[in-house]
Design a protein around this ligand. Structure first.
Ligand code: SAH
Length: 202
């Protein structure tokens, strides 16, 4: 699928109607989601693969992964409202997207690929930690994730500890729309990186 078509389809999905600030329920912008998913497709980590989307929220990454041919996607979120929303957004792809309510820390199934847009730790320091722990523990092939650029050294350390190889760490364009009451401006640019960590044998 072409990039513009993927962005158009992802952009049509519904966002969080009342996002929870404590959980940093910020929807991944369609452009950034497409950039991650096409990177994963290009590295042979999506088509026919089993994919986990940790903190799936609206389900944008799950739906995109299924659109690009993932055999099965497991989307996990601890917020039941997010799971219901993701189910709605999954539409006709729902047969291939297994949506589960739960904490990512207790997810232990091995998958080929993890995709995730975890909380950036802006509200609660360390909120992203269980995501990286689980991702690096369950992904047989690779982890695709977004993170604030000030988390670079933390992620690099995690990667070394778990014997993962950093294939990519590239800044992506990310405009954060006004989402929570404490946001003052209509939109602010965030310094976000797209990461690709190779977890299996090289
Ligand atoms: N990728 C999604 C959501 C990003 S926001 C999208 O683009 O729409 C992060 C999501 O992680 C939120 O939906 C939040 O409910 C969920 N979350 C936060 N901490 C979690 C945890 N420990 N376990 C499971 N889900 C969690």
């Amino acid at each position: 699928m072409r990039r513009t078509e993927l962005i158009r389809r992802l952009d049509r999905l519904a966002g969080f109607p009342s996002p929870r600030a404590a959980d940093e329920q910020v929807r991944t912008p369609a452009e950034a989601a497409a950039e991650m998913l096409l990177e994963a497709a290009g590295r042979d980590d999506l088509a026919d693969r089993v994919v986990a989307d940790l903190g799936c929220g609206t389900g944008v990454l799950s739906v995109g992964a299924a659109m690009l041919g993932a055999r099965r996607v497991i989307g996990i979120d601890r917020d039941p409202a997010a799971i219901a929303l993701a189910r709605e957004n999954a539409g006709s792809l729902v047969a291939r997207i297994d949506l589960r309510e739960g904490d990512v820390a207790s997810f232990g199934e091995t998958v080929d690929t993890v995709v995730m847009n975890p909380p950036f730790g802006a509200q609660r320091r360390g909120a992203d930690r269980p995501f990286w722990e689980t991702a690096l523990a369950v992904a047989r092939r690779a982890v695709y994730a977004f993170s604030l650029s000030d988390s670079r050294s933390f992620i690099e350390r995690r990667a070394v500890e778990r014997h993962a190889r950093i294939e990519l760490c590239r800044p992506v364009a990310w405009m954060l729309p006004r989402t929570f009451p404490h946001h003052r401006k209509p939109r602010v640019p965030l310094p976000v990186d797209l990461w690709v960590l190779r977890t299996g044998a090289p």
